[in-house]
Design a protein around this ligand. Structure first.
Ligand code: C2E
Ligand code: CA
Ligand code: CA
Ligand code: CA
Length: 275
């Protein structure tokens, strides 16, 4: 049986593959983590290339495992999606991110990553409404980042949910753009405020002409659709200068700031590189 509750036990059958065993054990640890609040959020700045100021932070979850130490989301989010635990974890992220926005990093918008599984949950919109009301912040201070997978599963339902969120005032970003297979026409059907170019393109764009052409095309697309273009994974100055030259709106990456716990963020101090 799946170990969803805190007091259920996972029985390992002989012959069960190592992979299955590992996943089960992670699921069990995750249900403890949910109850014991072993998660924390780190925040990474997103910088406006025109004003040269931080205009928002992306919240990125970390799991502080009692024995294994810090586990990165790439290692446990897929497990939590498979078991459905991501719905509870996502609620925690939403509330913790808005608490942070209401306090230490006030004035800045916070983006949270939303899993397709969480998006599909029937309470998703209500949870967002409640969290915003609970934190007492304007809805515009929250942005959700979704990927193409979320749209493809049921695009008419996705459209109606995004439309409701948009009416509430929540901002919407399309994450990891370029690695999926959206057609441009498909993109224009959804009310995105911003499009985040995947870091695999951004990474090469300072040196490689064809990656640069892709970035330039996406920037033009953003202009045409009236959506802001964000480049993620900016690690060096060459790339930053190139992005500025081709009219990209915002940048995010190690060059501008690594994800950090909220206590480490220096308020309203712009990254050195932008001066
Ligand atoms: P993502 O949404 O594409 O987030 C960007 C990832 O790139 C983060 O990894 C971030 O730390 C990393 N990154 C930022 N700048 C740079 C850079 O300059 N160079 C490089 N090489 N990497 C950079 P992280 O924090 O390990 O998160 C990985 C993925 O896990 C995220 O990818 C997102 O899909 C997922 N994730 C993170 N937090 C959450 C969450 O709260 N909920 C959900 N559902 N997914 C999350
Ligand atoms: Ca993201
Ligand atoms: Ca991404
Ligand atoms: Ca991602």
């Amino acid at each position: 049986a799946k170990s969803m509750g805190r007091h259920t036990y996972c029985i390992f059958q002989p012959g069960m593959g190592d992979e299955v065993r590992q996943r089960r054990s992670l699921e069990k640890d995750l249900s403890d983590a949910i109850y014991e609040e072993q998660f924390e959020l780190h925040f990474q700045p997103r910088v406006d290339l025109k004003t040269r100021k931080i205009n928002s932070y992306e919240a990125l979850i970390r799991w502080n495992h009692p024995e294994k130490g810090l586990i990165s989301p790439g290692d446990f989010i897929p497990v939590a999606e498979g078991s459905g635990q991501i719905v509870q974890i996502g609620k925690w992220v939403l509330e913790a991110a808005l608490r942070a926005s209401a306090s230490a990093i006030s004035r800045h918008r916070i983006s949270i990553n939303v899993s397709p599984v969480q998006f599909r949950d029937k309470d998703f919109v209500d949870d967002i409404r409640q969290a915003i009301a609970g934190a007492g912040i304007p809805p515009e201070r929250l942005e959700i980042e979704i990927t193409e997978t979320t749209l493809i599963e049921d695009d008419s339902r996705a459209l109606s949910i995004l439309t409701v969120l948009k009416e509430i005032g929540v901002k919407i970003a399309l994450d990891d753009f370029g690695v999926g297979y959206s057609s441009l026409g498909y993109l224009s059907r959804f009310p995105f405020d911003s499009i985040k170019i995947d870091r695999s393109f951004v990474h090469e764009a300072g040196r490689n002409a064809s990656s640069r052409a892709i970035v330039e095309t996406v920037v033009r697309l953003g202009r045409a659709l009236n959506m802001r273009i964000v480049a993620e994974g900016v690690e060096d100055t060459d790339t930053l200068l190139m992005l500025r030259e081709c009219g990209c709106d915002e940048v995010q990456g190690y060059l501008l700031g690594r994800p950090q716990p909220v206590a480490h963020l220096v308020r309203a101090v712009e990254p050195e590189i932008m001066k």
